[in-house]
Design a protein around this ligand. Structure first.
Ligand code: ADP
Ligand code: MG
Length: 626
């Protein structure tokens, strides 16, 4: 029995639609790209109910005549390529000839078009496998495409659609991806009749960015432009101080089309190495222009990925272009700003295992060195009180219980390693060693807290400990009710992306419980009316941005509980003391009183070790006593 058959057209089109039309935002992408290919200078987009009810794109492009209009909704109907050869030199956004056919198969579509210079307009309607005959219509030159009841015959897709706000967020993101790289085209976008974007024509990408994302972001960018080895790179890249917690703020464009590319991303990461904490991401708007022959764009149904003929050139050109730009820029001010605004030891959270291990080794070694210099101790006899040498410097005042003797001449106290040798020596000789009171902890390198324990020495990362303590407190508070918040008399404003504004509506409840009160304040700006008491000053704006990035991160969906957990730990991290912060005795005492929090679970929420124990056995091995 034969079992192979050719699929009916509708099914073929629906299958194609499955690849390119994931949600309303995909329709926007296809329609706007068609308008740009038609040479439009003005594009109006009307959306109703997140695009599920209506998407209408009107352009002033070259339009279609009668014959073209009749053909355009057929699969594989395109005016953009003719032959094999054309496929290797794509200069248009579209070329596959399947978008309109796909959309018509899963929605009610109506197209009205008038060719530039022609007197009359025509109209065509289609829905599913039904195409109505062409009719005469009225309208200005250009094309209007209306898409209603998207997915009316694809219930599976319908089920996956989210709230209108979420879909609108995706649409905004999609519009950013075309509008940023075509600043000369005017865009007007309405949702349920309300204007959500009005992007006026400009020849400056920076002005377009300011229009879309707000002035603050636009002002924190360095512009660059150069052509070398056949690659033109232009655009704007973020000052290191203006880094973000998500990679979402990296816009790469190739020949006018938004792409994702690991070679370019890698080059960007490399260029910022040393300028940014490893877990922060720069803001990037980079437009590359290359000969279309040097790249294959026909490798992905939505063309979001490409294949380079020579990826090395791309990598090295992007890297050197950014590096040269940084060399010519005065980054010192911004770096200083960076340490105030964005440096967090959280960065070390992503430190690779080997780097962490090296650090541990280093610390072990410097402690061993310290003891080496502090010895020789012969028998249970002399005990050296290293604290003597730190009068006025040490945070551990002599407690009086220890004998104080003269130093051996080889002993060179080293501030960087600290003064915890004495009781160590005692216990090494079988004398009773107790858990020391917190007062006997010292801070080294303004980063670690070192204390003696019954078994040896413990070294604790001050940031990790504080972060942990705050996290416990926050979780506890949160379980009892909303976090303690503080009202802000003159609201702070933060620039955010339009899709992030929709996030505040969607996560209204969560935000309230976290102690936030936010409201839209213009198209790309939010006002902060109240924020958790724990977050002070600049950390509040920073955290708000990171929080919205996390809430808007669709690539990493999670349960509300998980999201809250993430946010509480981000908040703890932001509010905790940092590596390099000098602590007072009281602060050290307060931290150490809770040290069991990190000692029991020796990893911070990010999986990095938070405390290091050195037993006497370890030490004795180092000294070759055993
Ligand atoms: P593709 O863009 O890959 O060619 P589409 O299905 O998106 O395929 O569009 C089919 C054809 O319809 C295009 O090649 C173009 O000739 C015509 N077309 C679509 N949208 C427009 C528009 N807004 N203005 C003028 N022509 C259009
Ligand atoms: Mg197209």
């Amino acid at each position: 029995m034969p079992c192979i058959h050719v699929l009916p057209d509708l099914l073929v089109n629906k299958i194609a639609a499955g690849e390119v039309i994931e949600r309303p935002a995909s329709v926007i992408k296809e329609l706007v790209e068609n308008s740009l290919d038609a040479g439009a200078r003005n594009i109006e987009i009307a959306i109703e109910h997140g695009g599920q009810k209506l998407i209408r794109v009107t352009d002033d492009g070259e339009g279609m005549d009668r014959e073209d209009l009749a053909l355009c909704i057929h699969p594989h109907a395109t005016s953009k390529i003719q032959s094999d050869d054309d496929l290797t030199s794509i200069r248009t956004m579209g070329f596959r000839g399947e978008a309109l056919a796909s959309i018509a198969s899963i929605a009610q579509m109506r197209i009205v078009s008038r060719r530039r210079g022609a007197d009359e307009a025509y109209e065509i309607r289609a829905a599913g496998d039904r195409i109505e005959p062409l009719s005469a219509a009225a309208g200005p030159p250009g094309t209007t495409i209306e898409v209603r009841e998207l997915f009316f015959n694809v219930p599976a897709r319908q089920k996956f659609l989210r709230t209108a706000q979420t879909e609108m967020g995706h649409i905004s993101e999609q519009i950013a991806r075309v509008a940023l790289v075509h600043p000369e085209v005017e865009f007007r976008v309405t949702h349920n009749g309300r204007v959500v974007h009005h992007l006026r024509s400009t020849n400056q990408m920076r002005a377009r960015i300011a229009d879309f994302f707000g002035r603050e972001l636009a002002e924190n960018l360095l512009s660059l432009s150069r052509t070398e080895r056949g690659v033109t790179i232009s655009g704007l890249v973020g000052l290191p101080a203006y880094s973000r917690s998500s990679q979402k703020w990296q816009y790469l464009f190739l020949n006018g089309r938004y792409i994702r590319d690991r070679f370019i991303s890698h080059a960007v990461r490399e260029a910022y190495r040393g300028l940014l904490d490893p877990n922060r991401f720069p803001v990037i708007f980079l437009a590359l222009t290359i000969d279309p022959h040097a790249v294959d764009v026909n490798v992905h149904p939505t063309k979001i990925e490409v294949r380079w003929r020579d990826s090395n050139i791309i990598y090295s050109q992007v890297l050197s272009c950014l590096r040269d730009r940084f060399l010519n820029a005065d980054l010192t001010a911004s770096l200083k700003m960076g340490s105030a605004v964005t440096v967090s030891t959280n960065g070390e959270d992503t430190e690779s295992e080997t780097a962490a291990e090296n650090r541990r080794q280093e610390i072990r070694q410097s402690i061993a060195d310290f003891f080496k210099r502090a010895t020789p101790v012969v028998g249970p006899g002399p005990v050296y009180d290293a604290r003597q040498s730190f009068d006025g410097v040490s945070r551990t005042p002599p407690s009086g219980g220890l004998s104080q003797r003269s130093f051996s001449p080889t002993f060179t106290p080293d501030r960087s390693t600290g003064a915890f040798a004495t009781e160590q020596t005692l216990s090494a000789y079988g004398m009773k060693a107790e858990e020391p009171p917190a007062g006997q902890t010292i801070q080294i390198h303004n980063t670690y807290l070192v204390a003696e324990t019954g078994e040896g020495v413990v070294i604790i990362d001050q940031h990790a400990l504080h972060e942990r303590i705050l996290f416990e407190q926050l979780s506890e508070q949160f379980s009892r009710g909303p976090l303690e918040a503080q009202r802000i008399l003159i609201p702070e404003t933060v620039d955010v992306s339009p899709d992030q504004i929709t996030v505040i509506e969607e996560h209204d409840e969560t935000l309230k419980r976290l102690g936030f009160e936010l409201s839209p304040y213009g198209p790309g700006t939010l006002a902060i009316h109240a924020a958790p008491t724990l977050l002070k000053d600049e950390r509040m704006n920073d955290f708000t941005r990171d929080m919205l990035d996390r809430l808007a991160d669709q690539s990493n969906p999670a349960s509300t509980e998980q999201i809250i957990n993430d946010l509480l730990s981000m908040m703890a991290c932001k509010a905790a003391v940092k590596a390099g912060d000098r602590l007072t005795d009281e602060e050290i005492t307060a931290l150490m009183a809770k040290r069991h929090l990190v000692e029991r679970s020796s990893n911070c929420p990010h999986g990095r070790p938070t405390s290091l124990r050195l037993s006497l056995d370890d030490l004795e091995k180092q000294f070759k006593r055993v």
